[in-house]
Design a protein around this ligand. Structure first.
Ligand SMILES: [Zn+2]
Length: 104
């Protein structure tokens, strides 16, 4: 297959990028480790509002359970959006010249 980022040929069908690009992404994305803060805060708001706040107002317990699940879904969804955004950002960045395939 052809790498979607650098255009190099590689074997394997599970990944869209070659191994070098995946390794480069793993190192590059570490500078954005604080991306996890926003999904955690968002999930916390959903859990506190739905699973803790609403039962105090007399809403049935089933809503509290749904609120806890909604908080987890918020965490998972926002994390996936962040991952997709960072992978796109890395893919569109110009790779270093050493990673570009040699022209023949
Ligand atoms: Zn690549």
């Amino acid at each position: 297959m052809t790498c979607a980022r650098c255009g190099a040929e590689y074997e394997g069908k599970k990944r869209r990028w070659c191994a070098d690009c995946e390794v480069g992404y793993d190192g590059w994305v570490r500078q954005y480790a604080t991306d996890m803060i926003a999904p955690v805060l968002g999930a916390m708001v959903v859990v506190v509002t739905c699973a803790v706040g609403l039962p105090l107002l007399g809403v049935p317990t089933l809503v509290a359970v749904a609120g806890a699940l909604g908080g987890f879904a918020t965490l998972a969804g926002l994390t996936q959006l962040n991952i997709r955004r960072r992978r796109k950002q890395f893919r569109l960045a110009v790779p270093p010249r050493a990673y570009l395939p040699a022209k023949t």
